[in-house]
Design a protein around this ligand. Sequence first.
Ligand SMILES: NC(=O)c1ccc[n+]([C@@H]2O[C@H](COP(=O)([O-])OP(=O)(O)OC[C@H]3O[C@@H](n4cnc5c(N)ncnc54)[C@H](O)[C@@H]3O)[C@@H](O)[C@H]2O)c1
Length: 280
Amino acid sequence: MKKLVLTGAAGRLGSYLREPLSKMCDTFVSTDITDGPKTLFENETYVKADLADLDAMVDLLNGADMVVHFGAVGDEAPFETLLGPNFVGAYNIWEAAYRNKLRRVVYASSIHAVGMHKKTDFIGIDAPHRPDTFYGLAKCFAEDLASMYWDKRGLESVCMRILSCAQVSNPRAVGTWLSYDDLIQLVQRSIDTPITGFSVVYGVSNNDRAPVDNSKAQHLGYRPKDNAEQFASEIYAQNEPLDPHDPANTHHGGPFSSIPLGESGVAHLNLNPDDTAKND
Ligand SMILES: NC(=O)c1ccc[n+]([C@@H]2O[C@H](COP(=O)([O-])OP(=O)(O)OC[C@H]3O[C@@H](n4cnc5c(N)ncnc54)[C@H](O)[C@@H]3O)[C@@H](O)[C@H]2O)c1
């Protein structure tokens, strides 16, 4: 591949993807709204740009083969906060990809697009959208853009519905964990699979208690290697028994399923404070 672009490159997941993605292409362009990484890989160029600026996105994707789109506000927030980066930003990425004749958009979607389904429903990739928040609604919007740009304009997309890519720090994550190594494999397969059309896949490791079914995404060749069962007994011992009537425990979105719209869901995830973007 000649040129690959990564949005959200200064973010936590983006910081784990820069090095492996830089090895998959001749020219690697990373971008974010912040000042960006201190040091760059040999074939990497950094561009500071706002996803909400269509002209900037059209310039950014000029000459690219694919874009890996991870830039967004990564939590529930008031609709007005998400409108620019998550909704308009998604339109700008697909439109800029189309205008520049890219082959594919590889997109960091989320379980929150389907977060109001119950965990006892072992949902597949064809479960109907059922967002739990405005954040999840923006993921539904982007997935529908991806579907429409494939049907009407022949632009391929892989929408990776990531569950929880962070260290396992709460009982929910024993099912929902996506390790950083499996994240990298998932993005690599989403790029190097020859034909994807419009594809959806859950971003989850090979957990014994994974609550979603990826059997209709086999064509991507994603075979996760890590399993959160190794953390189960310790995590369960550290926590009180879970209330079976609280949607935070019974629905796929976890705390996002029970918080009021517009309020942070991440604040309820008990994330490990050391789990930050990889150092430069
Ligand atoms: N971490 C997870 O478990 C998880 C789960 C599901 C989906 N995702 C998705 O994966 C992606 C990355 O998540 P993360 O955990 O690394 O989040 P993050 O907040 O660390 O990274 C997101 C990046 O997007 C950038 N960004 C925000 N607004 C922007 C704008 N207007 N223009 C340009 N860049 C902008 C931010 O500066 C940030 O660096 C997000 O799209 C998120 O929704 C993450």
